[in-house]
Design a protein around this ligand. Sequence first.
Ligand code: DGJ
Length: 762
Amino acid sequence: MAIVFHEASKVFHLYNQDISYLIRIMENGQLENLYYGKALRDRDDFSYMHEEAMRSQMSINVPEPGLLSMQYTRQEYPSYGTGDYRSPAFTVLQENGSRIVNYEYTAYEILKGKKSLEPLPATYVEDEEEAATLEVTLHDQVTDTDLILSYTIYEHYPVITRNSRFVHKGSEKIVLERALSASVEFIDTDYELMHLSGAWSRERYVKSQKLETGIQGIQSLNGTCSGAEFNPFLALKRPHTTEYQGEVYGFNFVYSGNFLAQAETSTFGMTRILMGIHPECFSWELKQGETFQTPEVVMVYSDQGLNKMSQVYHRLYRTRLMRGRWRDQARPILLNNWEATYFDFDEEKILNIAKKAKEVGVELFVLDDGWFGARNDDHRGLGDWYVNLDKLPDGISGLSRKIEEMGLKFGLWVELEMANKDSDLYRAHPDWLISVPDRFESHARHQYVLDFSRKEVVDHIHEMVAKVIRESSISYIKWDMNRYMTEPYSKGTSASEQGKVMHKYILGVYDLYTRLINEFPDILFESCASGGARFDAGMLYFAPQTWTSDDTDANERTKIQYGTSMVYPIVSMGSHVSAVPNHQLHRETSLATRANVAYFGTFGYELDLNLLADKEIEQVKEQIKFMKEYRELIQIDGDFYRLKSPFEGNETAWMVVSQDKKNAVAGYYQSLNQVNGTWIRLKLDGLCPDALYEITYDTTFDTPVDPEMMAVYGVKIGSDPVKTYQAYGTELMYAGIPINRDLLNRKSMDFSSLLFMITQVG
Ligand code: DGJ
């Protein structure tokens, strides 16, 4: 890995064994993006890659006879108004009303390692040899402002991270009306734009569309979160790129609030990617001496398809974004009472559920919504972070102690950023809601957003929640957030600062997380937002796991988890076995399939185990035993491979392979049974070609169709034991595991699944 500056040709070259990124200082002092992609051999002069041509209506940015035009140049951080008519990366409003700037190169610095962006979340290094950072300083003379563009390249990952920083030195105030984190330009438009989008309970479906001339993009204007509709991730992939071959460029925003991510293709065949805080409702006044730091964008390049890109994101995020004690630890198997009781519980009911959970091997009991204030339904109580003694007479301290005495850890749900109007908090502080005076306050789920842009609000909530934690024995916190922002306005902020409110709100959330993490470093945090509306890299810096979706149906979950795995590691995905009929879809799936899907995540249960039959309880015990044996491989050690996409057919398959390739586990899921089904071969990946493996799987299933009817077809239910055979890595990867779908269809109901355990034996 190196970052070099070639003085004579004025080109910076950032490269490692996989990627190269070339930046040139242009004749007008601004920065040009010469190349981003597969690694190039370094040389003194790459400036031949600069393109110029005389064109009609072209505005030229250098004295005659020069031809440098911003309109036809690929730039590092473009502005509007000097001849480039595409979307800019930033806009600076000045006191005289002008928005014209000219940031010219003044200096550069190459640093070992990577700077922290705190209070913003960002990837980090543990040893400064792991990465190198280039900071290029540009200066606008008229406003007397520095713009520092920062690039970090990792030694062992095809990763470049970017951010930008404005340092205002001038005496006139300036207003940043747009300050995105990164702009990257590509030399052609032959790409598909891939992103993850959806809605509540169907988050992060994989979408791809061919790039067309003009602007196409995704965004969040939700204020409180990155959102269920679009994830702050997009990728440019070649049309023929698959999971395992072809080029793809990933862009992921390490931020949890409003974002804009767009691709703009010009009629001159260039593609510009922009990513950063959404400019809508954003304006940031800088006075002399003040600085604005944009959040980080993590760019991953792969020339081996989508799966390689995902594996890079997974490992980088698991080891260099997540932090704290839980980063390298397999996660406890939990039972959450939400779908078991909703708001309807008391201590006795909770202890009964916990007791059964302990009996089957669960390690952590999580008490969800409804334990505080007057919270007997979702109309009231949010904001009152003290226990409801009618439900829990011994308080959270008493309950947590009793649960711990059973041999379980105790976890608690909170939703700290919200208030119901029917709450003591709102009655005492009606001006603490985000809303505009004299205007209607929109509501959602009967609740309102607290103004976390104000320190006194964060302080107050912090005191309340920290007191509960201090007085009790709490090992896990589920931090929920259940509504988007409306009427963004802070009553504690001046008119000229209102454009800062939405970003400061997110900084307030990060601040509260930081205080709680610092005081309670052993607590495992799980973030949540109406299911998976805040599944982003910003959150993973604070909470190493996220509730993936409120949809706990196993078949739907294959899509949600598959899409989420494009960027986010398996260990970050909250995944539970819930009751049937499923509470979101009323669908019946077998207990085996529900677990087979949930294994590829944090794994837990969200039902009242007391309602299961004895046979099912035995099955749950086996499932927990399995997960305890395999969770280190699945969550920490292994690499994840997507094998069959639920977005392309009736089947899903994926697998995890250990670093040493000695162990693997694969899941195969079929949605609907198909009569007279054919055999298929499930081709695995990531194994050692010459190693001999033993493959074990269970062919008995757990919801067979009527045995008597099957006997008519000559199928003996329950007659097939667990199947074991041996095969070399080459056979498993190139010939595949033969699966008799006809047998599967006859023996099992819809939504069947198979789990393969693969162990090297020679
Ligand atoms: C939304 C979450 O996604 C659910 O898991 C649950 O915690 C509810 N909120 C509680 O209100």
